[in-house]
Design a protein around this ligand. Structure first.
Ligand SMILES: *Cc1c(COP(=O)(O)O)cnc(C)c1O
Length: 440
């Protein structure tokens, strides 16, 4: 029995071992797949480009550590993500911090750490950063995130080209005049653009790249913002659902090379940044659950598992009103043919806790392991893990023959620690008393 699709080391047999050893529900990450995804991406980009891993997709510190060991830099958007990157050993010169609502504390932490750049998302933020830099007595490097006037279609969720809280509108940046003159404590290093996510069509990715490079040159000419660093965004997807196909990396490579090479020749000293979260992490992850009960309701077959959408919100449905299923495998019966359609559900008290709907699987029985594949990105960190107070699942990273526990599951004590019990029994009132009082 071989490895699962996408996975280098994680097999159904290994999943059974890991489930016994670490319990379920469990996220399992295949280290070889993380490293291979990074290599695939690097190979599809221009050699002058650097890959910045977006921690948002999977903030596990050891996932980052493995990717960083193989050359990934870090793109962070919160204080804890920044601390994660620093603790994982990422060079501050290879960290950028972005996000539309950074706190003063986060901005100060960026200054302290000496990150490569803060990506500024509004004129107001530029003013605040300038003041911070003045007080700190040292300049801060900024990239100005630009929301372009319009963008090419083809991403599942457009992040620019329309009214957005992200970045500064292109026309406003172009009309802003001498930004460096007005903010003497900032180093205006360049421009950032991130136009969309879940892109599976290489022509969209290439068009977005060409657009941001062109924008950077126009902005530089109009405003005095430099071209030391240009971040062209990214947003590459992986195929999750029927009728989706993975990116054509050879075609991507050709297209990217054609638009980046002339820019690189004009500006050989410019750092060219590419951001990737989902593309690096998604294929490496399996959400491993165990069937608790098998039942029938109104003619449909249900497998109630110990894992649910509180750990995997994306399985409820992303960006569409029609429920589509992530790839699902009956790991305890890897060679058995599908015999029927199943509703795969979890422990939550809501009908939305449907991991997969009408999914063709072999006969399932209590104790069987079921794996949701391609689940390494936007898993627990993008899910309501506290729903019904279940908490975060454990995470295991398999690499070079070793399974590392890279996150413990939340225990009841962990979840109760943050709550503060006020004992109201001393007031001596019973519900009946207070009811009487309030109706008197
Ligand atoms: C979410 C986000 C990313 C990561 O997107 P993926 O589609 O997961 O690669 C990168 N950059 C910005 C600005 C983002 O908001």
């Amino acid at each position: 029995m071989g490895a699962l699709p996408d996975n280098d080391e994680v097999t159904p047999a290994l999943c059974a071992e890991l489930a016994d050893r670490f319990g379920t529900p469990l996220y399992v990450y295949d280290g070889g797949t993380l490293v291979r995804s990074l290599a695939e991406l690097t190979g599809a980009l221009h050699p002058a480009m650097e890959v910045f891993y977006s921690l948002k997709a999977n903030p596990n510190i050891s996932v980052l550590s493995l990717l960083a060991a193989h050359g990934a830099r870090a793109e962070v958007s919160s204080l804890v993500e920044l601390r994660t990157a620093l603790a994982a050993g990422v060079d501050p010169a290879d960290i950028i911090f972005l996000g539309p609502g950074k706190t003063a504390y986060e901005l100060a932490a960026c200054l302290d750490a000496g990150v490569h750049a803060v990506v500024a998302e509004s004129f107001e933020e530029l003013a605040e950063l300038d003041e911070l830099a003045a007080r700190a007595g040292r300049p801060v490097r900024v990239l100005v995130r630009v929301n372009p006037a319009e963008t090419a279609p083809g991403s599942r969720l457009a992040m620019g080209g329309k009214p957005r809280q992200f970045g500064i509108d292109e026309d406003q940046v172009l009309a802003a005049g001498d930004l460096p003159g007005r903010h003497p404590h900032l180093l205006f290093a360049g421009v950032h653009g991130y136009l969309g996510t879940r892109i599976l069509d290489h022509t969209t990715a290439v068009a977005n790249t060409a657009q941001v490079l062109d924008l950077a040159e126009r902005v530089a000419a109009a405003t005095g913002i430099g071209l030391d660093t240009v971040d062209v965004g990214g947003g590459l997807g992986v195929a999750y659902f029927d009728k989706e196909t993975d990116l054509d990396l050879a075609a991507l490579r050709e297209g990217i090379h054609a638009v980046v090479e002339p820019f690189h020749r004009r500006h050989p000293g410019t750092r060219l940044l590419w951001e990737a979260g989902r593309f690096l992490a998604a294929r490496a992850g399996i959400y491993l659950t165990r069937v608790r009960y098998v039942k029938r309701s109104h003619g449909q077959r249900f497998a109630v598992t110990d894992g649910g959408t509180h750990h995997h919100m994306a399985a409820v449905g992303i960006g569409s009103f029609v429920k589509r299923n992530f790839p699902v495998r009956a790991l305890s019966r890897p060679d058995a043919p599908a015999t029927g359609l199943w509703q795969l559900t979890g422990p939550l008290c809501t009908p939305n806790d449907l991991i997969a709907k009408d999914v063709a699987l072999p006969d399932l029985a209590p104790g069987d392991l079921v794996g949701i594949l391609r689940s390494g990105a936007y898993g627990p960190s993008a899910s309501p893990v506290l729903f019904l107070s279940h908490g975060h699942p454990a995470e295991v990273l398999v690499h070079d023959g070793t399974a590392y526990l890279v996150r413990s599951r939340d225990e009841p004590a962990d979840l109760l620690r943050q709550q503060h019990l006020h004992d109201f029994s001393a007031t001596g009132s019973t519900p009946a008393d207070s009811l009487q009082r309030s109706t008197r």
